[in-house]
Design a protein around this ligand. Structure first.
Ligand SMILES: [Zn+2]
Length: 473
């Protein structure tokens, strides 16, 4: 067994060999928490959730770090008098966490916020200055506190990730260009500006200010994973400048940094890039309100992680049909067996493991799941209980690894799913019965029904639109 991954830097498939054969280390760039997640954020996080789950299966342990960019130009820009930047960042971070959890994305081992690692960023910038790869521009920008820039011309390997020569690159747009030696030099530290909030400022050897965006990932990956780690992940759109700059900073400071660079493809809607100006931007919360979270996970995870994923109503309908085939088979198999025998040891189908070993081939792995479901249904029709039971256990194992097992308690969400729908119908039936009893002046019956509802922990609220119910917690 060898896991192979497409390494963006090598531009080739490579055999995966972790630094520590018993513990894989992964760093994935997390969101800038300026506004709630779009569906593309879920796709990116899910790609690495699937990779992590497979590596856990293969190696036993994965230390997974995903950061939260909670201080940034965009966070400051979206803050208001009523909601300061740190409150906006925290509220948005929770929105991301809820959306991730809704589709079964496992929480990271560590989820550091940028604002929690400023001393580590300052130390890294000091190392870069000491090695001659960064410089301060104090005094050159109209009396403001000093900026610190990475000196791209001092580092011949700059461009190594995306195979660009410096002269062909775009200028860095992340800072005032005054005081830069080269327009491509990017900000490591941004001197405080009078127009920015006083509580978005930290002390540093170069005066008060805040970190540039790129430096946080170099500092936090080192803090939590060490100077060399296995996999660095992120969306394709982060390759340049973000990942190129991370690589330059860390290696110029003397760190080995990431051994494999893995990038997920982007999401389109109607074959167009998703954007707020085109009106096709899909918020994760809206999609999750319309669809079963398990179906959302399936729809976002079923395509290969490197492909561009075009989302449409049909892709969610197809995912719904696929989930339903798996669920129906497992229900049939359970009826036959009486009690589930999920602990029965069965070999994972080799084709499934081979597919996931081969650059996380989820589409091929799902094809094996559905072949097993088909064979299991044939066995059930033929009353071949042994073969049907074996297929059922295999399907449970495979879908368990992919986080797509319909029987996982994860999917018993109080806001969706078959059980919630059944509960809703029962409570509504009782509400109707209570109303009928009152109309008939059968107060004893009305009270009995009300007490039974209350005993179940259900709270009724009468309003102009009718009676609403909720679970008392
Ligand atoms: Zn990053």
């Amino acid at each position: 067994m060898t896991v192979r991954l497409y390494d963006t830097q090598a531009q080739a498939m490579r055999d995966f060999a972790p630094v520590d054969p018993e513990r894989v280390t992964m760093y994935v760039c997390g969101p800038t928490v300026q506004s709630g997640p779009g569906i593309h954020h879920l796709r990116a996080a899910l790609a690495f959730d699937l990779l992590r789950r497979w590596l856990v299966h293969r190696y036993g342990r994965v230390t997974f770090v995903r950061n939260v960019t909670d201080i940034d130009d965009k966070v400051l820009a979206n803050a208001t008098d009523a909601e300061p930047w740190w409150a906006l960042a925290y509220r948005t971070e929770q929105e991301f966490a809820r959306a991730y959890a809704a589709i079964g994305i496992l929480p990271p081992t560590y989820e550091p916020r940028a604002t929690g690692s400023i001393p580590q960023m300052v130390a890294l910038i000091e190392r870069l200055i000491a090695r001659g790869h960064a410089y301060t521009s104090a005094g050159s920008a109209g009396g403001r506190a000093g900026d610190v820039y990475f000196d791209v011309r001092s580092w011949p390997a700059y461009g190594a990730l995306t195979h660009q020569s410096i002269d062909a690159m775009e200028s860095a747009a992340d800072a005032d260009s005054r005081g830069k030696r080269d327009p491509r030099d990017f900000a490591l530290w941004k001197g405080a500006k009078e127009t920015e909030p006083a509580d978005a400022v930290w002390d540093s050897p170069w005066g008060p200010g805040r970190p540039g965006w790129h430096i946080e990932c170099s500092a936090m990956s080192r803090r939590y994973l060490g100077s060399e780690f296995d996999i660095h992940g992120g969306g394709l759109d982060l390759r340049f400048p973000h990942h190129e700059n991370e690589l330059a900073q860390s290696t110029a400071a003397g760190d080995r940094f990431a051994r494999y660079w893995v990038h997920n493809g982007l999401v389109t809607v109607g074959d167009q890039k998703m954007s707020k100006s085109l009106g096709n931007y899909r918020l994760a919360a809206d999609v999750l309100a319309e669809r079963d979270p398990l179906v959302v996970r399936y729809a976002l995870g079923a395509a290969h992680y490197r492909s561009t994923l075009d989302l449409s109503a049909e892709s969610f309908d197809e995912a719904e049909a696929a989930v339903s085939r798996i669920r129906t088979f497992q229900q049939r198999a359970r009826r036959m067996r009486g009690t589930p025998s999920r602990l029965t040891a069965t070999e994972l189908p080799a084709a499934f493991a081979d597919a996931l070993d081969d650059d996380l081939g989820v589409p091929q792995a799902l094809a094996v799941v559905h072949e097993t479901v088909r064979a299991g249904n044939v066995a059930l029709d033929a009353r071949d209980h042994d073969r049907a039971a074996e297929a059922s256990v295999q399907v449970a194992q495979m879908t368990g690894i992919l986080g797509l097992d319909p029987d996982d308690p994860q999917w018993r969400d109080p806001h969706g799913g078959a059980e919630a729908a059944a509960l809703d119908r029962l409570v509504r039936a009782m509400i109707t019965q209570r109303a009928e009893a009152r109309t008939n002046k059968d107060w004893a019956a009305a009270d009995r029904i009300r007490d039974a509802i209350a005993a179940a922990g259900v709270v009724l609220e009468d309003g102009p639109e009718g009676t609403h119910w909720s679970i008392h917690d």
